[in-house]
Design a protein around this ligand. Structure first.
Ligand code: PMP
Length: 422
């Protein structure tokens, strides 16, 4: 039995059946540095997929911050500690002025769960609007707000679905269609006697196929929800922390100030940190009615890690890097699109790119070919994935320290993998 086959058998036996691996030939990673990963055979991979290692795998300053605080003290938010306050100040400095409080969790799912609890108390409503292929987490509530999980995750109570913006297919370039979809969902809510609570949206619509456009769609949609008495929750687990290059947060690209902002993955460069920023009135009312203690959320080690990540983004100019390298990446994939009929659309914001793969004869979404491209790239040492309602959108979302050199490698690997998949 090869060592991977042995690990696969043990995994299945020990961890049970609910986990899924990437790639036809799973990758057994043993170390990482920056944008590079190494497997158990010593093969290196260019990581063009992981937003979790936001500032690069095992960034030395993040590792040092973690190790130093772990060697000093780790407790929780029932004791006074300055690190959590310093981190709160730094995160809030990056938010619009209206968002004056932040609370800490360990994951994006917990952040969404907390935001929704607070929104329910604040609005007195229960009706939640999400997109048709959204993903918002793994808790009972957030899995019920994650239709992209399929039939295994039945819809939560009082949830209403809207189509995400999709200018290639819906032809709407100014965002008014998304807003009118939200308005129609609010009307359905009213007809059902349900009081509106929140519009909850991943601000780059990752699992809806990566839809960075049209800009402004979220502002118009949030206006609809607020006019009906609900709040707008921006889920920044994917688009946040500099990913889109032009702004720290995906909502800012749309010119909207949310009532609550949920964060996760990239905050900790691999360490589990989640957070919710909110208008103080919302957390004040929540605090009047409820207590919140998250044992690990906001602990001093996590706070020091979060601070180090923000320092690295600032000191290494990673927001600007995401803009310039992201633009080069988009240009390189658009160039391929001009030669490869199977790429129907390229949509990108900063270092987040979706490329829609279609059958060249029929123009229909081609998830089989998208998967073949992803697996061919993996074999050639470049890691990406695929997503979207039909599974045919190549998802390219590298660490923020991706370089122009890395773009060249990505593009040549993509080109040869498209040829191989034909
Ligand atoms: N929201 C979005 C948009 C996500 O992509 C994810 C994770 N894929 C989550 C929430 C949940 O985050 P976590 O896995 O940290 O619970």
């Amino acid at each position: 039995m090869t060592s991977n086959a042995h690990l696969l058998e043990r995994r299945r036996r020990l961890l049970g059946g609910a986990y899924r691996l990437f790639y036809t030939e799973p990758v057994h990673l043993v170390s990482g540095s920056g944008v590079w990963l190494r497997d158990s055979d010593g093969k290196t991979y260019l990581d063009a997929y992981n937003n979790v290692a936001s500032v690069g795998h095992c960034h030395p300053l993040v590792v040092e911050a973690l190790a130093t605080q772990a060697a000093t003290l780790n407790t929780h938010t029932r004791y006074l500690h300055e690190a959590v306050l310093l981190y709160a100040e730094r995160l809030l400095e990056l938010m619009p002025d209206a968002l004056g409080n932040v609370m800490f969790t360990c994951t994006g799912s917990e952040a969404n769960d907390l935001a929704l609890r607070a929104a329910k108390v604040f609005t007195g409503g229960t009706g939640i609007i999400i997109t048709k292929h959204a993903y918002h987490g793994v808790t009972e509530l957030t899995a019920g707000l994650s239709p992209s999980l399929g039939a295994g995750a039945p819809p939560a109570h009082d949830v209403y679905f809207v189509s995400a913006p999709d200018p290639l297919h819906d032809g709407n370039a100014d965002g008014t269609l998304f807003a009118s979809n939200v308005r129609a969902a609010l009307e359905r809510m009213r007809a059902d006697g349900v009081t509106p609570c929140a519009l909850l949206v991943d601000t780059i619509f990752s699992s809806d196929g990566i839809q960075p456009f049209p800009r402004g769609a979220l502002r118009l949609a949030a206006d609809e929800m607020r006019a009906a008495g609900g709040v707008f929750i921006a889920d920044e687990v994917q688009a946040g922390v500099g990913r889109t290059g032009t702004h720290m947060w995906g909502f800012a690209r749309h010119g909207v100030v949310p009532d609550l902002v949920t964060m996760g993955k990239p905050l900790g460069d691999g360490h589990p940190i989640g957070a919710v920023a909110a208008r103080p009135a919302i957390f004040d009312m929540f605090g009047d009615k409820a207590r919140y203690f998250n044992t690990f959320g906001g602990n001093p080690v996590s706070a020091r890690v979060g601070l180090a990540v923000l320092d690295v983004i600032r000191d290494e100019g990673l927001l600007e890097n995401a803009a310039t390298v992201g633009a080069a990446m988009e240009q390189a994939v658009r160039f391929l699109q001009s030669r490869e009929a199977c790429i129907a659309d390229v949509r990108a914001a900063g270092l987040y790119l979706g490329a829609e793969i279609v059958d060249t004869a029929t123009g229909a979404p081609d998830a089989v070919r998208a998967a073949a491209i992803v697996n061919a790239m993996r074999a050639d040492g470049v890691l990406i994935s695929n997503s979207g309602p039909a599974g045919n959108v190549l998802k390219i979302r590298p660490p923020l320290c991706f370089s122009l050199h890395n773009v060249d490698r990505l593009a040549s690997c993509l080109e040869s993998s498209i040829a191989m998949s034909a």
